[in-house]
Design a protein around this ligand. Structure first.
Ligand SMILES: Nc1ncnc2c1ncn2[C@@H]1O[C@H](COP(=O)(O)OP(=O)(O)OP(=O)(O)O)[C@@H](O)[C@H]1O
Ligand SMILES: [Mg+2]
Length: 196
């Protein structure tokens, strides 16, 4: 059962949005998925509860857990079951614990220098040879800022998604609702599938 985590020590870079949209794409493609919420803020679980309360439950499970239980949780699911871990910002022991059990680590970042500085801090947590990809999100396309970030990642031979998630209101509006199909996150899922 592949375990994918969305991790970055920086807050507000799109970890939860990425975990939920990715899980949504996999579920809509017929996969069984569980999002594991490791964040004390509970953003993913609150999102799921709100969607349920509205009568439009998410097409995947969201479970609150902790790093010690992830392996056991993963073992209890079938071999086709996907686990997507949403991690908290700042808490390095939880972030490291999540990365440690992951088959693929997504490191979301926004194209701002303050945020990308933290990518360099998160990358060393990834094990040698472990699959990971920096996902540039909340990006205004065709800007110098975006171009500079992509260039910096490529010059440093950082593994990154070819897919860039643009800044779009629909992602903000989706919190607490069942997300619509999203071609961008479908591409992210496809890139992970190709790597795994
Ligand atoms: N592509 C996007 N375009 C516009 N807004 C976005 C995008 N992705 C995320 N957001 C918004 O940015 C904010 C932060 O996103 P999100 O909660 O996913 O980040 P996070 O890294 O999980 O934050 P935290 O560290 O607090 O857990 C949210 O309001 C979310 O709706
Ligand atoms: Mg979050």
């Amino acid at each position: 059962m592949p375990i994918i985590s969305a991790a970055n020590t920086k807050g507000g870079v799109g970890k939860t949005t990425t975990a939920m949209y990715l899980a949504n794409e996999y579920a809509r493609a017929g996969r069984e998925v569980t999002v594991v919420d490791l964040d004390k803020q509970g953003s993913a679980s609150v999102w799921a509860d709100k969607a349920s309360d509205r009568g439009t439950p998410l097409p995947f499970a969201v479970e609150v857990s902790n790093t010690k239980r992830i392996s056991r949780l993963a073992d209890s699911k079938g071999s086709d079951h996907l686990i997507v871990i949403d991690t908290p910002p700042g808490d390095s022991s939880v972030i490291e614990g999540a990365i440690d059990v992951s088959d693929f680590v997504i490191i979301p970042t926004t194209p701002s220098e303050l945020d990308t500085d933290r990518v360099w801090e998160t990358i060393p947590t990834v094990r040698d040879g472990q699959l990971y990809g920096v996902l540039v999100a909340s990006a205004v396309l065709h800007t110098r800022l975006l171009n500079d970030v992509i260039t910096a990642l490529d010059e440093n031979e950082v593994s990154r998604f070819k897919t860039v998630v643009s800044f779009a209101q629909r992602y903000r509006q989706a919190v607490g609702y069942r997300p619509r199909r999203d071609a961008t996150y479908a591409d992210v899922a496809e890139e992970i599938g190709a790597a795994l």
